[in-house]
Design a binder for this molecule. Structure first.
Ligand code: JFZ
Length: 442
């Protein structure tokens, strides 16, 4: 619940969601692709014949991997098969409408030739900028680009987790100038990007300087009007993150849904939000040996639909190989999700919470501001009927399966405001979508 008792200078600066065109565009996209790519793709979760059980992009922090060895990997980074047009085509076929690329992860390695750092793509055998051609190719395919940027930078001598001395304080002050320079550089170089996806903001040194992250957010949005920045960047002056000390969301959308999704509309407090998801349990960068449960296309489609049904965006992560190609499992997933989205995408794009009671058979989404409601059926009832419970005085004017627009379904009124829609009882290989036009009775 929103308290309003604590006066804050660096808390939320807005109550409620942004209503401008840039934010409306983001909200309608609903499906994004995350890409974690960097020198961690080279070891791919393995070192010296041993398998790292953590997330591949964190391998530098594993006791089995000497820092010195990790910090030399860039000398081998040479993704000769990197073809951004092909990446963009695969993402487009999957149905992604935006993408987020790791410009710099916690290790500090820059995928662009930053003039403020030496640890960049320019000093690898590949030499060429990775980001420019990527942003261009995705944009050409109609996909918006967003930039992931880690505040934590294990490579920078001035980065500190906490401030314990005047020397630390001076180092961190220099580091903040460096961060600001790099972010401006990214916006100058890639002016079509729509926003930043900040990460690595949980350390004391960052949390305890709410004034700086507040100033930084405003600086970036002045440089690039409309820029979208989630809630993971800032802390208020009391160190509260995502939500300020009065429980108000900071930034443009709630960015804390990491490998988990809200369950009910109450969980999102009316805020815009985005969930980010990995294919295996917790691997963002490329890991040669995925372990544990690996999600199927149908599971991921269900998560995407669930997100839209609760007014959120869903972003699926990919970890390309060091040669610049996607592993076959990921290519196959993109194709399988895409096959469903090709037919059923209208149940996702431009939709949100339908305002109806959550049904047992799946999810409702509603085309924003209209009387069109989609029923995404993930569990077909053994009795062969989908129960649709409408608010008082509403009825179904028309219903049809999305894949068979010519065939009208015959909903049966079973009690007041409640219908059965019969569905064929067979083995479904992907969620079935039924469209309803609702109407208000006099
Ligand atoms: C961070 C990174 O450490 C990770 O490597 C990856 O980039 C991911 C997208 O972001 O990991 C997090 C960040 C936030 C939470 C958990 C893991 N969280 O809020 O629970």
């Amino acid at each position: 619940q929103v308290k309003d008792t604590i006066p804050l200078q660096h808390g939320a600066h807005r109550i409620g969601n942004r209503t401008d065109a840039d934010m409306q565009r983001w909200r309608d996209l609903r499906f994004g692709q995350f890409i974690h790519w960097g020198v961690y793709a080279i070891p791919g979760g393995m070192w010296d014949g041993k398998v790292y059980n953590g997330a591949a992009e964190w391998i530098r922090s594993w006791k089995e991997m000497p820092h010195e060895a990790y910090d030399q990997l860039y000398k081998q980074f040479n993704p000769v098969k990197y073809n951004p047009a092909d990446w963009a085509q695969q993402a487009k076929n999957m149905g992604a409408k935006y993408m987020i690329i790791t410009t710099k992860h916690h290790d500090g390695f820059c995928l662009w030739p930053s003039k403020y750092a030496k640890y960049t793509i320019a000093n690898t055998p590949y030499k060429k900028d990775i980001l420019g051609p990527m942003v261009e190719a995705y944009n050409k395919a109609g996909i918006d680009a967003y930039l992931y940027f880690s505040i934590i930078d294990w490579n920078h001598p001035d980065w500190r987790t906490s401030i314990k001395s005047p020397a630390d304080s001076m180092a961190m002050a220099r580091f903040k100038v460096f961060v600001k320079n790099q972010l401006k550089e990214l916006l100058d170089r890639y002016p079509t990007v729509k926003g930043f996806w900040f990460d690595g903001t949980w350390d004391e040194s960052w949390k305890n300087d709410g004034a700086f992250s507040d100033e930084l957010e405003q600086y970036l949005q002045q440089l690039h009007p409309g820029l979208i920045i989630g809630s993971r960047l800032r802390a208020d002056e009391k160190g509260a993150r995502h939500f300020d000390s009065n429980s108000r969301l900071m930034g443009d959308y709630e960015q804390g849904w990491e490998r988990k999704l809200p369950n009910t509309i109450a969980d999102v407090h009316g805020n815009d939000w985005e969930g980010v998801m990995t294919v295996p349990e917790n691997q963002w960068g490329y890991h040669q040996q995925w372990f544990g449960h690996v999600k199927s296309a149908n599971e991921l489609i269900e998560m995407l639909v669930k997100s839209a049904s609760l007014n959120g965006n869903f972003v699926l992560n990919f970890g390309p190989k060091p040669d610049g190609t996607f592993r076959t499992e990921e290519q196959e997933l993109m194709r399988n999700i895409g096959r469903w989205m090709q037919v059923n995408g209208s149940a996702v794009y431009g939709t949100g919470y339908a305002g109806l009671e959550k049904p047992d058979w799946g999810y409702y989404t509603r085309k924003t501001g209209t009387d069109t409601v989609y029923m995404v059926v993930c569990n077909v009832p053994v009795n062969g009927n989908l129960r649709v419970k409408l608010p008082a005085k509403q009825s179904i004017a028309k219903a049809w399966a999305l894949e068979q627009p010519g065939v009208a379904l015959q909903p049966e009124l079973v009690s007041r405001d409640e219908y059965f829609i019969p569905v064929e009882q067979k083995v479904y290989t992907s969620p079935l979508v039924i469209v309803m036009k609702l109407e208000q009775q006099q």
